[in-house]
Write a protein that binds this ligand. Structure first.
Ligand code: HEC
Ligand code: HEC
Ligand code: HEC
Ligand code: HEC
Ligand code: HEC
Ligand code: HEC
Length: 463
C-alpha cells in the first residue's frame, strides 16, 4: 500500500506532462483555418475603411486546390500559402509570402509539389510538408529545389541551374552506365537509376555518397571517383531530377529551353558556318549573320529557318527539320553571336577524319557511353578495388596488346568474364566483366577495340 501512492502520483504527473506537450503541439501547428484567418487580417490591413475591412474578414474559409491532371496530382498547398501570386505580399511572413521568380511557371499551371516535393492533398503542415514516415518525398531543402527543373527540361541548359547540365555531362563521361541502367541502357551491378529522383534517398545522402560511397553504404562496390564538392552537388541535382513519371504533353513540351547556348550547339552541329560568316568570320555563300535579328523580325527569321524556299525562291540554304524550340534557340544565339565566337567555332571544327581515326573516335565515345570507364577508368588505368579478385582490382586496359590479340579482346567484350578468385574459399568479387553482346553491335565492339589499341603502351615503356 505504501508504494502505491508514489506510483499513482508518478502516473498522474506523466499524464499531465503528456497533456502539456499535446497542448503545445496543437498551438505550434495551427490548422489551415487559423492561417486563413491570419491572412484575411493581413489583407484587411490594406483596406481603406471599416466596411471594406469587415467584408474581407467575412470571406468564407475554404480549402484551395489546384487540379493538375497533366501532372497526376492535386495540390492544396495554397490553402495556407495564400500570397504566392500576390506581389503585395512580398514582405509578408511565411506561409503568406509572394513567390518570386516563378515567371511563366505560374502556380495555377504547375501547382507546388512538382518542384518542392511534399504531399499535395494534405491540409496540415506536417503532412503537407511530407515529414511523415510513409511519405517518400518530403519538401526539398532550399539548396536543392532547382534540381526539379530537370524533371521537365531534360536537355540543354536551364538558365540559373548550371548543375543539371554539369551532372548530366559527368554521368555520360565518367562511366556510370557501366554499372547502372538509366532509361534502359547500362549495366546491372548497381541499382537502376531511372527513378532515383522519386526514391527515398535524401539530397544529403546522395551528396555524401558521391563524395565517398562507403561512408553511407559500407562496403559499397561503387568506386570513389574523388569528385569535388561542386561535382557531387551537380550529380545530386541530376539524380533528383530523374523520374519516369508520365507528364501531360503540355508539361513535357519544353524538354529543351530555347537558350542561346543551346542555339550555339545547333549552329555548330548543323554547320551553318560553312555558308555564313558572323562579323566577317566564316564563309560567304549566304549573308553575314551579324545583326540579322535587327534586320528581320523573329517571325520572319522563324519562317526562313522553316522554309528558306518560301522566303527566297531558289535558295541555296537547306531546309532543316528543326522544332519550334530549336528555331527559337538559333534565333536567340544569332542575337548574341560575335565574330570572336565564330572564330572559336571555326577553330573547334575538326579537319576531316580518316576512316581509321573515325572508328577510333566512335570507339572512344562508345567506351564513355556504355560505361566502361566506370570500372576501367577514364584513362583506361584500371585500379578500382575489387576485393578477392586476383590482383585485387579491375585491370588496366593499357597493356592488352602484350597479352592478347584483337580477336581475343573482342571475345572478352562480347561474352564477359568472371575474374579468377584470389582466395578460392573467399567471397565472390563484387565486380565482374559484363557480357556486352546484347547491348553493343559487332561494329560497336570493333570500334571500341580500335580505340583500345590506339591507347596501348608497349611493354618497353614500363621497363
Ligand atoms: C497547414 C498550412 C500549410 C500547408 C497546407 C502547407 N504549408 Fe508550407 N508552410 C506553412 C508554414 C506555417 C510555413 C512557415 C515555415 C515554418 O514555420 O515551418 C511553411 C513553409 C513552407 C516552405 C519554406 C520553409 C521550409 O519548411 O522549407 C515551403 C518550401 C513550403 N512551405 C512548401 C509547401 C508545399 C509545397 C505545400 C503543399 C504540399 C505546403 N507548403 C503546404 C504552412 C503550410
Ligand atoms: C517551377 C518550380 C516551382 C514551383 C512550381 C513552385 N516553386 Fe516554390 N520555389 C522554387 C524555387 C526554385 C525556390 C527557391 C528560390 C530561392 O532560392 O530563393 C522556391 C522557394 C519557395 C519558398 C521559400 C523557401 C525558403 O526556404 O525560403 C516557398 C515558401 C515556396 N517556394 C512555396 C511554393 C508554393 C506554396 C508553391 C505552389 C503554389 C510553389 N512554391 C511552387 C520553385 C518552385
Ligand atoms: C512540370 C514541368 C516543368 C518544371 C518542373 C519546370 N518547367 Fe520551366 N517550363 C515548362 C513549360 C511547359 C514551359 C512553357 C510555358 C509556357 O510557355 O506555357 C516552361 C517554360 C520555362 C522557361 C521559358 C522558356 C522560353 O520559352 O523562353 C524557362 C526559362 C523555364 N521554364 C525555366 C524553368 C526553371 C528554372 C525551372 C525550375 C525552377 C522550371 N522551368 C521548372 C515546364 C516546366
Ligand atoms: C562492372 C565493371 C566493368 C565494366 C562496366 C566493364 N568491365 Fe571490363 N572488366 C571488368 C573486370 C572485373 C575485368 C577482369 C576480368 C578478369 O579478370 O577476367 C574486366 C576485363 C576486361 C578486359 C580484359 C582485360 C584483361 O587484362 O584481361 C577487357 C578488354 C575489358 N574488360 C574491356 C571492357 C570494355 C570495352 C567495357 C565497356 C564496354 C568494359 N570492359 C566494361 C569489369 C568491368
Ligand atoms: C548551303 C549553304 C547554307 C547553309 C548550310 C545555311 N545557310 Fe542560311 N542562307 C544561305 C543563303 C544562300 C542565304 C541567302 C538567302 C537565300 O538564298 O535563301 C541564307 C540566308 C539565311 C538567313 C537570312 C539572312 C538574311 O539576312 O536574309 C538566315 C537567318 C540564315 N540563313 C540562317 C542559317 C542558319 C541558322 C543555318 C544553320 C542552321 C544556315 N543558315 C545554314 C545558305 C546557307
Ligand atoms: C563499378 C560499378 C559502379 C560504377 C562505375 C558506379 N556505380 Fe553507383 N553504385 C554501384 C553499386 C554497387 C551501388 C549500390 C551500393 C551503394 O549504395 O553504394 C551504387 C549506388 C549508387 C547510387 C545509390 C542508388 C540508391 O538509391 O541506392 C547512386 C545514386 C549511384 N550509384 C550513382 C552513380 C553515378 C552517378 C555514377 C557515375 C559517376 C556511378 N554510380 C558509378 C556501382 C557503381
Amino acid at each position: 500500500m505504501g508504494r502505491r501512492l508514489p506510483q499513482a502520483f508518478f502516473a498522474l504527473s506523466l499524464l499531465a506532462l503528456a497533456l502539456i506537450v499535446a497542448a503545445v503541439w496543437q498551438a505550434s501547428t495551427p490548422s489551415w483555418k487559423t492561417y486563413q484567418r491570419q491572412f484575411l487580417q493581413l489583407e484587411a490591413q490594406g483596406e481603406p475603411n471599416a466596411a471594406a475591412k469587415a467584408a474581407v474578414l467575412a470571406t468564407p474559409l475554404e480549402i484551395h486546390q489546384v487540379l493538375l491532371p497533366g501532372l497526376q496530382r492535386v495540390d492544396r498547398c495554397t490553402t495556407c500559402h495564400l500570397g504566392v501570386d500576390d506581389p503585395t505580399m512580398k514582405n509578408a511572413p511565411e506561409p503568406f509570402r509572394y513567390h518570386v521568380g516563378l515567371g511563366t511557371n505560374v502556380p495555377s499551371k504547375f501547382g507546388c509539389t512538382i518542384c518542392h516535393g511534399g504531399q499535395g492533398l494534405a491540409t496540415d503542415q506536417k503532412n503537407a510538408h511530407g515529414n511523415v514516415d510513409f511519405w517518400q518525398t518530403p519538401l526539398l531543402a532550399k539548396d536543392y529545389i532547382r534540381a526539379s527543373c530537370g524533371r521537365c527540361h531534360k536537355e540543354g541548359d536551364i538558365p540559373g541551374v548550371p548543375e543539371l547540365a554539369e551532372g548530366r555531362h559527368l554521368f555520360e563521361t565518367q562511366g556510370c552506365r557501366g554499372c547502372h541502367k538509366l532509361d534502359g541502357v547500362g549495366g546491372s551491378i548497381g541499382p537502376d537509376l531511372s527513378e532515383e529522383g522519386a526514391s527515398q534517398r535524401s539530397p544529403e545522402w546522395l551528396e555524401k555518397h558521391f563524395l565517398t560511397p562507403s561512408v553511407v553504404s559500407p562496403g559499397s562496390a561503387m568506386p570513389n571517383f574523388h569528385f569535388t564538392r561542386e561535382q557531387a552537388r551537380a550529380l545530386t541535382y541530376y539524380m533528383l531530377s530523374l523520374t519516369n513519371q508520365d507528364m501531360g504533353t503540355y508539361y513535357s513540351s519544353l524538354r529543351t529551353i530555347p537558350s542561346s547556348s543551346y542555339g550555339r550547339e545547333l549552329f555548330v552541329e548543323k554547320n551553318c558556318i560553312v555558308c555564313h560568316a558572323i562579323g566577317g568570320v566564316g564563309a560567304k555563300v549566304g549573308p553575314d549573320l551579324m545583326g540579322v535579328t535587327q534586320r528581320h523580325s523573329r517571325e520572319w527569321l522563324d519562317e526562313q529557318l522553316v522554309n528558306p524556299q518560301l522566303v527566297y525562291p531558289g535558295s541555296a540554304m537547306p531546309e532543316y527539320d528543326l522544332d519550334t524550340n530549336s528555331r527559337k534557340a538559333l534565333v536567340a544565339y544569332l542575337a548574341t553571336a560575335t565574330s570572336e565566337d565564330a572564330q572559336l567555332i571555326l577553330s573547334g571544327k575538326k579537319s576531316t577524319l580518316t576512316p581509321e581515326d573515325a572508328a577510333i573516335e566512335a570507339g572512344k565515345s562508345n567506351f564513355a557511353r556504355f560505361g566502361c570507364a566506370g570500372c576501367h577508368g577514364t584513362e583506361l588505368q584500371g585500379g578500382v578495388p575489387n576485393p578477392n579478385a586476383q590482383g585485387g582490382q579491375v585491370p588496366s586496359l593499357l597493356h592488352l596488346s602484350d597479352d592478347y590479340t584483337k580477336d581475343e579482346v573482342i571475345e572478352v567484350i562480347r561474352n564477359g568474364r568472371m575474374p579468377p578468385l584470389d582466395n578460392a574459399s573467399g567471397p565472390t568479387p563484387p565486380l565482374y566483366m559484363p557480357s556486352w553482346k546484347h547491348l553493343l553491335s559487332e561494329e560497336d565492339i570493333h570500334e571500341i577495340v580500335e580505340f583500345l589499341w590506339s591507347k596501348q603502351q608497349k611493354a618497353k615503356d614500363s621497363w
